[in-house]
Design a protein around this ligand. Structure first.
Ligand SMILES: [Cu+2]
Length: 174
């Protein structure tokens, strides 16, 4: 992947849209954190079709810097949310795949940055702050401040992946 594409991926991840977090009915899943505030760094490995580790133990209110490495051959996602949010995001991802914004192995930056209004998709972009999309061989970072309590999951919402096992639990402790 060229540098410019890499830069686009980083920009896509850093543009903080909070749409995913403000939809009605969403549980408190926490919020994006800042690297200097991170109390620790947790390394996550993605592959076909797993997260390592699969269970994350975090403290209430803790800010964690996740360094997410894709050691697989396919595009994967590391997304923090509730099972309802993941179900909703899976539909969006399926649409992005259908429209060529995503391919099984990567992100198509031209299509991702197109105006999708004509497709009836509004300004759909993969820029949720609670998620990183990681292309094969790449490493991305996500800093997250967890809520005081709640039942959260990590999932890869690329079509077929969570169904094949790319889902894990986040345990929020005291
Ligand atoms: Cu995946």
């Amino acid at each position: 992947m060229s540098l410019s594409i890499k830069a686009l991926v980083v920009v896509a991840t850093l543009s903080f849209s909070t749409s995913a977090l403000t939809d009605a009915g969403h549980a408190d899943i926490g919020k994006p954190g800042k690297t200097p505030a991170a109390q620790r760094t947790v390394e996550i490995t993605l592959g076909e079709m797993y997260f390592k580790p699969e269970t994350l133990n975090v403290k209430a209110g803790e800010t964690v810097r996740f360094v997410v490495k894709n050691e697989g051959q396919l595009l994967h996602e590391f997304n923090i949310g509730t099972s309802d949010m993941h179900a909703h995001h899976r539909e969006e991802m399926a649409m992005m795949m259908e429209h060529g914004m995503l391919t099984p192995t990567g992100i198509n930056p031209e299509r991702m940055n197109m105006d999708h209004g004509q497709m009836g998709m509004g300004s759909m972009k993969h820029d949720d702050p609670n998620s990183v999309l990681v292309e094969p061989g790449k490493t991305m970072e996500l800093v997250w401040t967890f809520p005081k309590s709640g039942a959260l999951q990590v999932a890869c919402n690329i079509p077929g992946h969570s169904e094949a096992g790319m889902v894990g639990q986040i345990a929020i402790g005291r």
